[in-house]
Design a protein around this ligand. Structure first.
Ligand code: AMP
Ligand code: ZN
Length: 479
């Protein structure tokens, strides 16, 4: 095994990964703001974090991951009353949906899932510490962070904010670099708005203080890894550093890892642009969780990913190919030869796979190692040249792949059905059915009977029965 390297946003370089305490990784992940369903752009970042977590785990690290759920921020404070709900009830349903989506995408549950509104007291204590230490001040009923007091401000986003006008303030949670000002830690209570009565006064927390408070509480002053999408570098993560380091006097995070965005037609997928799909949108169109997960994981996280339905279709075929390959290895009658030229080849694929992931989670390289091997072994099997003795090693390699990519096991359709999210069964058109039957015919012609059976099975699940006639044609009917 080689050395693990991560691109650290803080240093701007790829660095060997060495956690503070050997064998243990403390990791904080900015979770969703639960004011709506998460879109697949959000899930690009969550899948990256899951791949990271699984890889660290596979490498033998004990991972302690905290993910927050932002259930109070500007948008929630606005939307909840508009929906006639308290903020807790309003966010409950999106938390429930998020957990369902996580489960469908095979995202592992972090050790700690922390809801912001369950940690108001921790935030109040942190704000009080910042007031005591002179990093925060009161103005008009709110409390602000004085960025001039923290000269390192800008180190993560690589912007020099030293010329900034002292005392200018910004009240919104989300803003751009040109709007860098003293930001709100605690927001004054406005009539009609949800608020908490606390020892620093009535009001509600700003967004940034939530993550500092929960990270420090569960992981201590110094984390090994902090992750999020690139849009969080400024101001959210810059502010997290300023708050946390001012309070503890210790370095807050050793490795900052940021995922590039998912794009649609050259634009970042986002709620405000309206160019987004939720997982549910894609399920309703007949797409499967494994294909979506594969697509999101297949592009290395530091590269932008352009979403297209063609790409999603290709991801589905890739998953299908791997599943068929595993089936074939398990079921096909392979020659009992003692000549096993593939043993070394499988080992080499394993090394390439590892080397890809070690290099800042280069999933594309890791996948190339898998698919090259699959192609070669499939060809060898076609020619009766793959020995039964090599099958266990190949299967073990695929199992190792799936510990990270998590797309091979389980019946997607069953999972969707159990969650009540399966698409309407009668949705297949006659043309779609004919196309699937043609694919099945091709599979049979190349003697890939597993693939053929799988298509029959899939169609059966969707209420289409096939009957093979003596003349080689197929009759079908809807049940
Ligand atoms: P939010 O719910 O807005 O706080 O975002 C949750 C996570 O999704 C954060 O880590 C964001 O950086 C990330 N995110 C938002 N939009 C995208 C996108 N288009 N592509 C990838 N990640 C995104
Ligand atoms: Zn955060």
């Amino acid at each position: 095994m080689g050395e693990l390297q991560f691109q650290n946003t803080l240093s701007g370089r790829k660095e060997p990964f060495v956690p503070l305490h050997a064998g243990e990784v403390k990791m904080y992940t900015c979770g969703p703001t639960v004011y709506d369903f998460a879109h697949i752009g959000n899930f690009r970042t969550f899948v990256f974090q899951d791949v990271l977590r699984r890889f660290l785990h596979q490498r033998g690290f004990h991972v302690r991951q905290v993910m927050n759920l932002t259930d109070v921020d500007d948008r929630i404070i606005q939307n909840a009353p508009a929906a006639g709900l308290g903020i807790r009830e309003y966010t409950d349903r999106y938390i429930k949906a998020f957990l369902e989506d996580m489960n469908l995408l095979n995202l592992e549950m972090p050790e700690t899932l922390a809801r912001a509104t369950d940690h108001i007291e921790d935030m109040v204590n942190l704000v009080a510490t910042l007031l005591d230490r002179g990093y925060a001040y009161r103005s008009d009923g709110s409390i602000y962070y004085r960025i001039a007091r923290f000269p390192q401000y800008g180190q993560l986003s690589k912007v020099n904010f030293s010329g900034i006008q002292a005392g200018a303030r910004v009240d919104v949670d989300r803003y751009e670099k040109d709007d860098a000002r003293d930001f709100a830690l605690w927001k004054e209570h406005k009539p009609g708005e949800h608020f908490w009565e606390t020892r620093i006064g009535p009001g509600r927390p700003g967004w940034h203080i939530e993550c500092s408070a929960m990270a420090l509480k569960y992981l201590g002053p110094t984390l090994d890894i902090h992750t999020g999408g690139v849009d969080l570098v400024f101001p959210h993560h810059e502010n997290e550093i300023a708050q946390s380091e001012a309070a503890t006097g210790e370095p807050f995070v050793r490795y900052w890892l940021h995922a590039e965005h998912l794009f649609v037609n050259g634009e970042k997928m986002s709620k405000s642009v309206g160019n987004f799909y939720t997982l549910r949108d894609l399920f309703a169109r007949g797409h499967r969780p494994s294909a979506i997960r594969f697509l999101l994981a297949s592009v290395p996280y530091r590269r932008q990913l352009n979403f297209t339905f063609d790409g999603l279709q290709q991801a589905a075929s890739s998953v299908e190919r791997l599943r068929n390959f595993v089936d074939r290895l398990k079921k096909e009658h392979l020659p009992e030869s003692t000549n096993t030229p593939f043993a070394a080849r499988i080992e080499e694929a394993g090394r390439r796979f590892e080397a890809g992931l070690e290099d800042d989670l280069n999933t594309a390289q890791a996948l190339a190692a898998v698919f090259d091997l699959v192609r070669e072994v499939n060809t060898a099997m076609d020619h009766g040249e793959f020995a039964a003795a090599d099958a266990p090693a190949a299967l073990a390699f695929l199992a190792r792949f799936d510990e990270i990519f998590a797309v091979l096991s389980g019946d997607d359709f069953e999972k969707l059905r159990a969650a009540g999210l399966a698409p309407a069964e009668a949705e297949l058109t006659d043309e779609e059915i004919e196309a699937r039957i043609a694919e099945r015919k091709q599979a049979r012609q190349r003697r890939d009977f597993q693939a053929a059976d799988r298509i029959r099975q899939e169609l059966a699940e969707r209420g289409i029965l096939l009957e093979d006639l003596k003349d080689g044609t197929v009759r079908w009917k809807r049940t």
